[in-house]
Every structure is written in structure tokens, then in C-alpha cells.
Design a binder for this molecule. Sequence first.
Ligand code: MRU
Length: 348
Amino acid sequence: MTTIYDSIRPIVWRNNKLYLLDQRILPKEYTEIELLNAQQVAEAIRDMVVRGAPAIGITAAYGVVLAAAIRHAEDPANWKQLIQQDIKVLAASRPTAVNLFWALEHMQQKIDAIDGNPFEILKTAADKILQDDIDANIKMGRLGAQLIAPGSKAVLTHCNAGALATGGYGTALGVIRSAFSDQRIEHVYADETRPWLQGARLTAWEMVQDKIPVTLLAEGAAASLMKQDKVSWVIVGSDRIASNGDVANKIGTYALAVLARHHGVKFMVAAPTTTVDMQIAHGDAIPIEQRSQDEVLSCGNTRVAADGAAAWNPAFDVTPAALVDVIVTEKGVVENPTTEKIAAMMNA
Ligand code: MRU
């Protein structure tokens, strides 16, 4: 029997409140944070209580549900107007993941069509965004795993594109879960992912929860890993895919794609269609979040850099489509992505 490796849910709606697993303190502590309004939700996204493109979008959708309940109770005649300031606050939380803007636009369309009390309709819409994301990840997991030859031994991933970064199951880690379950791979290498350590803290934790053997490395070690023929694929997620197939993802992804091409290692991007931005012609147009210098100058909360040094801390980079061997979405597999192939996949 196939084992389903899927035990983690980072976003939970309970008793009319939103609960997020606090990813800032995992794996040391497993703590949920309770959120009551859009302002708190936006802060949680900005502070990385929740992170990862699909998870940010789902969380923002529940932020709209909380806001609608408050605004409708406050002024039933004008709630649609009042909620616009909440949607603006949510939209300003983080700039790169297009799933955030997709989810807010989707909820706005529901709002436009509501006549009467908005709560049930918006809550149902947010639940559906969450469930659709999990379903998409399971599909992508199967499609992506089929590309990995049985006996491939190990793959390399970067950042955390797992259950924690989504509604559940994960994008890149969904492919890895599925490939491990199919016995196509035995092992996962995970970049620690400086400066926020999503790999060391979150990906490693997820893999351990699901009993998938995981080995961490500093991203500077990835070239040697590939040179020694230890991995057949690099598998990553994405925060935004431009309509030509350029891929924004965690800083360091571009370097991995260059290394993979040099060493003949295949490069796979797994992302739901909610991550594809058909409004953007190429990756140069993707807004890249710059985060605080302190994240680089410190490790944990301890300052490690020499006093007086500055730091450059872009949170994401863009991998050109030409370095991507395959993009996997819930709608299908796009090999050697081009504008035409991405459009055909989106319209499928
Ligand atoms: O800064 P983060 O932790 O939100 O960055 C997350 C990533 O870069 C993920 O790889 C991406 O969002 C895909 S998540 C399925």
C-alpha cells in the first residue's frame, strides 16, 4: 500500500478565528497564534509567522473573512466600502508572492457579488482556496514524481516549499513526498537557506515528521554535492512565475539553477497555477522584497557580523526560464518553458 506522507496543516480556522502555526520558532516550539482581524493577519504575514507563497494567499483570504465579519457588524450598509482599507493592509504585507494578490482579487470578486451577510459566503470561499491548494499539491506531487526515474536515490531542495508553505502537502516537498512514497528516491538534501534558515528549521522538520531521510547542507556546498553526482534533480517551489516561465523563488535558487545546468542535474519548479502571473511578461518585472539587514548580520538573535558592516538582503531572485527544465502545476507539466507553452498550460 502507498503511504501518504502528509501530516502538517499550518493554517486552521477554528471557532470563527484563524490559527497559524508560528514558523518563526519551529522546530524549537510548536505554537499556534490566534488572529482576530486583518491587521493582525497582515502583521503575521510580514513577520513570517506564516510564509511561503500559497500559504500567504490562503492566510490573506481568511484575513478578508475576519475583516468582513467586523465591518458588517460595524456598519451593515457600508461594509463593502469599509473593508477596502483592510484589503489594502493585507496587500501591503509582502510584495513578491503573487498568490497573495490572486487570493485578495478572488475574495474581492466574491464580495462584489454578495447581497446580505457576507460571513458564510466568504468563509466558504476561503475554505475552498485552502482545499484547492492541497488538492493541487497532491496532483503536482504525482505529476512531478513521475518525472523522476526510479532508483534516482536523492534530490536537492531549497528553502521550504512544503506543507508549511501551503495549505498542506507542499509543492516541491509534495513532489518529494510522492517520489519517496513511490520509492523513486530514498533521500533528500536540503539547503539550510540563509538567512532565515527555512531549510534547516522547516524543511528538515517536515521531513523528520514524515520519516523521510534528510541531510542539510550550507548552500555553498551544493556545487560539490552535484559534482559528486549525489543528486539527480533540484526541486524548488516559486513565489511568482512570469508568463514566459521566469521563476522568482527564495534567494539562492538562481545560483542552484546555474550549478544544476553546469553539472547536468535537472531543475524542476513545482507551483500551483495561482503562482503564475500572466500579467507579467518576464522576471525583471517581478517585485523583489528587500528584508532587514539584521537578518544577515545576525544569526538567530545574536549579532555575528563585524560592527560597522552593512548587508544586502533580497529575499528572492529570478531564475531565467532557459535554466528551468520543467515547471509542474496542477494543470500539467511544461518542459523547457516558453510564453506559448505557459499560455497553453494555463488555458488547458
Ligand atoms: O520568504 P519565504 O519563506 O516566504 O519564501 C518562501 C519561498 O521562497 C518558497 O520556495 C516559495 O514561496 C514556494 S512555497 C510552496
